[in-house]
Design a protein around this ligand. Structure first.
Ligand SMILES: [Zn+2]
Ligand SMILES: [Zn+2]
Ligand SMILES: [Zn+2]
Ligand SMILES: [Zn+2]
Length: 581
C-alpha cells in the first residue's frame, strides 16, 4: 500500500546530481501538464497534480455518507493504476508540495542570475512508449540554457518545453569543462536538498517523514505519527482543523510525490529514519499489548473500571509506568462457544486509553478509560498472571469503498410487493439508517425510557450525530445481549454497523407493539371479568391475540425492562468491575 515502507532503502536510491539531472527535475513536474506543479493537490490515491489540471467534475449519485463539503462532486482519476472516482472533498491542496515548489523555483531563478557562465544545449528526447508523445505532430524541442544540467532542465520545464515523459540530451556549447558542469550540478543538488529538507520534516516527530500521509486539509505527517495523534483527537496536529473521516484517513495510500522526493533526494536521512523506526518497533505496544478480558467496549466510548485483582493492579501499574497508558479489552464468548475447547475471549477487542486514574490506599484503583481503536488478537501469552497479546489494528474500509457499497445497495429499487420492512430498511441510504437510529433514541427519550437514565447519559453523552460513532453509543447504552452487541466489533464499515443497529431497533419496535397489544388485551380481559361484553367483541379480541408472531424471551425482557424498573449493572453509568477469568 505504501511506497515508503517497502524494502530497506539504501543510499543507492539517491539521484546523482549530474547523471540523474533529468530525473531530479521530473520530481517537481506535473505528469499532466509537464509544468512544475502549480497549486499542487494530492488525491486520495496518493498521486499529485496541479489544481488547474483536475479533470472535469460531475455530480455523484446515491451517496449520503459522509456529509462533508465537496463530497457530492467527483471526477475520474487520470492516473494509470488508479482510474477510480475521487470526491473533490477528499483532494487537499498539498501544503508541503506547494512550499517545496516555491522554494525550488525561487532557488533556481536566483541561481541562474548569479551563474550564467555554463551554457548547455538541451535536446528533448521524446518517449515513444507514451502514446501521446509518439504522435507525428509532436516535435522534440531544443534550447541553449545556462546553469548546469539541473538548473537548465528545470528552466526548460518551467518554460513548458519539456514533456514529463521526455528525456534530455545535453551538449556543451562553449566547450566548457565537463567537470565545471558536474560541480555546478552537485552544488545545485545540495542547495535543493537544503531547500526541501525542512519542508519534509514531520511536525509531530521532527524527523524526515516516514510513510508520508496527507490529510484532507493538506498537511503531511509520518503515517504512524498521524495515527498516534488521531488516537486522541480528530483535529489535524498542524492546523487543528476537524478531520471528519479520521478513521479511514489512516488507511489512505502514502503521498507518492513526497515519498519519491525523500527516497531520491534525501536517501541518507531516510535510511537513518528507518533504522530509528525499527528500534521503536521493538518496544511497540502492538507487539506485546496487555490484554484484559472483562467486558465489551467500543472505540471512543468511555469505560469505568474498578481494578482490585492483584494481577490487573500490576498490569495497570506497568502501563502507567511505561507511559503508554494503553491495554486491550476483550469480552468473553458465550459459554456454549468454548465448552468444547478454545479461548474464552472473543477474537476482536478495543484498545483502551487510561484518561484518569484514582489510586486507593489499599492498592485498588478506579480507572476512567476511553476506547481508541479496534483490534484482532493474533497471538496470546501470559505475563505475571495476566494475558498479553500480539494484536493487529482493525480499521474501517476506505470511504471510497464505503461509498461504492452505499451506491450499490441503495440503487436497487425497492420492490413494491416487498412486505418485509427490514429488507427495505437495508436498502435505505446510510444517512437514513442513522436517522432511523436517532429517531428511535428521541422517542425513547420522549417516553423517559429507563435505559436512557440520566446517569447513562452523563457517562456516555447525548447520542452522537456522527454515523461512525452512533452504533457504538447505542450499543453502550441499549440493554440487549452482549453476544449481539459484539457484532459491531468485526464490522468494518459504517454502513454495516448502522444496519446492525437498525436490525436491533426494528426488532425491539416489533416487540414493543406486541407487548403493548398484550397489555391492552390483559386490560380488556380484566374488564371482561367485571362486565360481560357482547360475543362479537370477545371474538375480535381473540383473533388479535392469536396473530402476532411470538416474542422472544429477550425481546420481551428489554421492552418490559423499559416499562418496569430496570437496573442493569452494564448500563449503570458503564461501571464494570474486573471479573475473574
Ligand atoms: Zn499540471
Ligand atoms: Zn487516483
Ligand atoms: Zn513523524
Ligand atoms: Zn491540517
Amino acid at each position: 500500500m505504501s511506497d515508503g515502507s517497502q524494502s530497506a532503502t539504501t543510499p543507492l536510491d539517491g539521484f546523482d546530481a549530474h547523471s540523474n539531472a533529468r530525473d531530479i527535475v521530473k520530481l517537481f513536474q506535473c505528469s499532466r501538464c509537464s509544468l512544475p506543479l502549480r497549486e499542487p493537490m494530492t488525491l486520495p490515491c496518493g498521486n499529485a497534480l496541479c489544481r488547474p489540471c483536475l479533470p472535469p467534475l460531475y455530480k455523484r449519485e446515491n451517496i449520503t455518507y459522509p456529509i462533508v463539503e465537496g463530497r457530492s462532486e467527483g471526477f475520474l482519476c487520470p492516473f494509470d493504476g488508479c482510474g477510480s472516482e475521487h470526491s473533490i472533498g477528499d483532494c487537499g491542496f498539498d501544503v508541503t508540495l506547494n512550499k517545496i515548489g516555491h522554494s525550488v523555483k525561487a532557488f533556481i531563478s536566483s541561481y541562474n542570475t548569479k551563474t550564467p557562465q555554463i551554457r548547455l544545449l538541451l535536446e528533448e528526447k521524446l518517449n515513444n512508449t507514451v502514446p501521446d508523445d509518439s504522435s507525428p505532430e509532436v516535435i522534440p524541442r531544443s534550447r541553449v540554457l545556462s546553469g548546469g544540467r539541473i538548473a537548465a532542465t528545470f528552466v526548460l520545464a518551467d518554460m513548458g518545453e519539456l514533456n514529463y515523459h521526455s528525456d534530455v540530451a545535453y551538449t556543451s556549447v562553449d566547450a566548457s569543462d565537463p567537470d565545471s558542469v558536474r560541480t555546478a550540478d552537485v552544488a545545485v543538488l545540495e542547495n535543493l536538498r537544503e531547500a526541501i529538507r525542512a519542508e519534509l520534516e514531520c511536525q509531530v516527530c521532527y524527523q524526515i517523514m516516514l510513510d508520508p500521509l496527507t490529510t484532507s486539509c493538506g498537511h503531511t505527517f509520518c503515517r504512524r505519527c498521524f495515527c498516534r495523534a488521531m488516537d486522541h483527537t480528530n483535529h489535524c496536529p498542524m492546523c487543528r482543523r476537524l478531520l471528519p473521516l479520521v478513521h479511514t484517513q489512516q488507511m489512505t495510500p502514502s503521498n507518492k510525490r513526497v515519498t519519491r522526493l525523500i527516497l531520491h533526494l534525501l536517501p541518507d536521512l531516510l535510511v537513518a529514519r528507518k533504522a530509528l523506526a525499527a528500534q521503536e518497533d521493538m518496544v511497540d505496544e502492538e507487539t506485546q499489548l496487555p490484554l484484559f478480558p472483562c467486558t465489551l467496549v467500543y472505540p471512543q466510548m468511555p469505560t469505568f473500571l474498578h481494578i482490585f485483582e492483584p494481577r490487573y493492579r500490576l498490569m495497570v501499574r506497568r502501563v502507567l509506568e511505561n507511559g503508554t497508558r494503553k491495554f486491550g479489552m476483550l469480552s468473553y464468548k458465550p459459554h456454549s462457544d468454548y465448552q468444547h475447547g478454545g479461548s474464552h475471549w472473543q477474537e476482536y477487542g478495543t484498545v483502551l486509553f487510561i484518561e484518569r486514574v484514582e489510586m486507593l490506599a489499599d492498592g485498588r484503583s478506579l480507572l476512567e478509560t476511553r476506547g481508541l481503536y479496534k483490534f484482532r488478537v493474533v497471538e496470546t501469552g501470559m505475563v505475571d498472571g495476566y494475558l498479553t497479546g500480539r494484536i493487529q489494528r482493525f480499521d474501517d474500509i476506505s470511504v471510497h469503498e464505503e461509498e461504492v457499497i452505499e451506491a450499490r445497495e441503495t440503487s436497487i429499487p425497492a420492490q413494491p410487493d416487498d412486505e418485509d420492512s427490514l429488507v427495505r430498511l437495508y436498502h435505505s441510504s446510510t444517512q437514513q439508517l442513522l436517522e432511523y437510529g436517532l429517531e428511535f433514541v428521541r422517542q425513547a427519550q420522549a417516553r423517559s425510557a429507563r435505559w436512557l437514565h440520566q446517569r447513562v447519559l452523563a457517562a456516555y453523552g447525548q447520542p452522537p450525530e456522527d454515523a461512525a460513532t452512533f452504533p457504538y453509543w447505542l450499543a453502550s447504552v441499549l440493554p440487549i445481549a452482549e453476544t449481539e452487541k459484539y457484532a459491531l466489533l468485526p464490522a468494518s464499515s459504517v454502513r454495516e454497523r448502522l444496519k446492525i443497529t437498525a436490525g436491533w431497533i426494528h426488532r425491539l419496535e416489533q416487540a414493543r407493539c406486541e407487548y403493548e397489544a398484550e397489555l391492552a388485551a390483559k386490560a380488556r380481559e380484566q374488564q371482561d371479568r367485571r362486565e360481560p361484553e357482547p360475543v362479537e367483541a370477545i371474538a375480535t379480541n381473540q383473533t388479535a391475540r392469536l396473530e402476532p408472531r411470538p416474542v422472544t424471551a429477550r425481546e420481551a425482557e428489554v421492552v418490559e425492562a423499559e416499562a418496569h424498573d430496570f437496573e442493569s449493572s452494564e448500563t449503570e453509568a458503564g461501571t464494570t468491575e474486573s471479573r475473574e477469568s
